[in-house]
Design a protein around this ligand. Structure first.
Ligand SMILES: Cc1ncc(COP(=O)(O)O)c(C=O)c1O
Length: 430
């Protein structure tokens, strides 16, 4: 770009895509472009689209250890988490699993905004109390403290598997056990974990897992909500309309004719209207790609690279890593957030850092993310009142050379004193 080589360190936001995924998306638009449908009731293009879309669901199900009926296509993690919150609190949800006034939902204060706001809304609108477990000063969850914290009538516990700020991988297995011993359901926000590690929802006994396929080589605006079939069977639709029903009739009722829908089972009940077929087919291609590489290999590669990045960052004067300082395999995601102090000890604004990495490095554009990472309560807890850090995140295509370029640039940046923080800065961008 602009005659410079790109060093992409922003995969925690969206990953880059392999050619195979772009081809799958393009193939849908150039060769098919149609609705889905079974051959008997439809046409040849629709039948082909149907088979690709159905295959993609099966591939995704195998990839995360689920049954295909447990994979609901969503635009992203955020939608998936909202779906769980809204469906479980619907008045049509059976009492055994319903969240009603007086019940509790527990999250930590280290969640992404998408892991907080669906439950804030429940409290505002439905009187379900949102109880917030305070993580430790470095962003960690102490399982014993978490267990002691759980209030009675906790229906749901919702936690991020990995933090998009500190990189901490939370002890999800322990959290699921605590939740189930307590009679609570568990929703795991897998946005930052699923792209980087093998996932088996069955082995971990999760009730729900939300993930974003655009963070794992898939098309923008594709995601999945996994839900255990027995729960999904009982949960009512949230958004309703075509494709969610087998039949709709209108019959006389009190006060005039009434609509009477017969809803389909999961997952279709939760996928209203015409779906993102190009995206779903592209998601299938992303799963094929990652499966071929092997998630164990992805994990191994990132293990080495993240360890290298963290140890090199620790040596750059003025760089302060946020959260755990040392890398521990299995406990840390492939990212690091950090602040940088200039020679005089003043913070350099993270958006200035990002801009300089983009424009000021000879021969390269180093693409970082800067801002509050949609996790402002966590940044406040970590003592970052400016609500902004720089973040470098890695994926299977990154190499040590990328990290070396980042380290060289950070070292140089500090010498240049690119610009220190404006103490009056009223609000950080996200
Ligand atoms: C931990 C975490 N949860 C949820 C989300 C929301 O993902 P999306 O914007 O794809 O819905 C993100 C996005 O970065 C995230 O990092």
């Amino acid at each position: 770009m602009d005659g410079k080589k790109l060093v992409y360190l922003d995969s925690a936001c969206q990953s880059l895509r392999p050619r195979q995924v772009a081809d799958a998306i393009g193939g849908y638009y150039s060769d098919l472009g149609s609705c889905t449908g079974l051959l008997a009731s439809s046409n040849a293009l629709a039948a082909r689209t149907q088979s690709l879309v159905s295959e993609a669901r099966v591939k995704m199900a195998r990839f995360i250890g689920a049954d295909e009926s447990e994979v609901i296509w969503q635009p992203n993690t955020t939608y998936g988490m909202n779906l769980v919150a809204m469906s479980l609190s619907s008045r049509y949800c059976p009492p055994g699993i319903r969240m009603a006034k007086g019940d509790n939902v527990v999250t930590t204060d280290a969640e992404h905004h998408s892991g907080l706001l669906p439950f804030w809304k429940l409290e505002q609108e439905k009187g379900v109390r949102h109880r917030i477990f305070p993580v430790g000063s470095g962003g960690e969850i102490d399982l014993q403290k978490f267990q002691d914290f759980l209030p009675r009538r906790t229906r749901l516990i919702s936690v991020a598997w990995a933090s998009n700020v500190t990189g901490i991988i939370n002890p999800v297995e322990g959290l699921v056990k605590i939740a189930h011993d307590n009679g609570s359901m568990v929703l795991v926000d897998g946005a930052q974990y699923a792209p980087h590690h093998p996932v088996d929802v069955g082995a971990l006994k999760m009730d729900f897992l939300a993930l974003s396929v655009h963070k794992m080589c898939g098309p923008s605006g594709t995601g999945v909500l996994f839900g255990v079939r027995e729960l999904l069977e009982e949960m009512p639709a949230v958004m309703v309309g075509g494709e969610t029903v087998d039949d709709v009739s209108i019959a006389d009722g009190p006060g005039g004719p009434k609509v009477s829908p017969r809803f389909r089972g999961p997952p279709e009940r939760f996928e209203p209207g015409l779906q993102n077929f190009a995206g779903i087919i592209g998601a299938g291609a992303a799963v094929d790609y990652l499966s071929k590489v092997g998630m164990e290999a992805v994990e191994r590669h990132e293990d080495g690279l993240t360890g290298y990045m963290m140890s090199r960052l620790a040596d750059v004067p003025g760089v302060e890593v946020v959260g755990p300082q040392a890398y521990e395999a299995g406990k840390h995601a492939a990212l690091a957030s950090f602040r940088v102090r200039g020679k005089e000890g003043k913070l350099i604004e993270s958006d200035r850092i990002a801009r300089w990495m983009d424009e000021g490095v000879p021969g390269h554009k180093i693409l970082l993310r800067s801002g509050g990472h949609e996790a402002h309560p966590l940044l406040r807890r970590l003592g970052i009142p400016e609500l902004s850090t720089s973040r470098a995140s890695l994926y299977l295509y990154n190499e040590e050379a990328d990290v070396r370029l980042l380290i060289e640039a950070l070292t140089k940046l500090r010498q240049l004193d690119v610009g220190t923080k404006n103490p009056g800065s009223p609000r950080a961008p996200n």
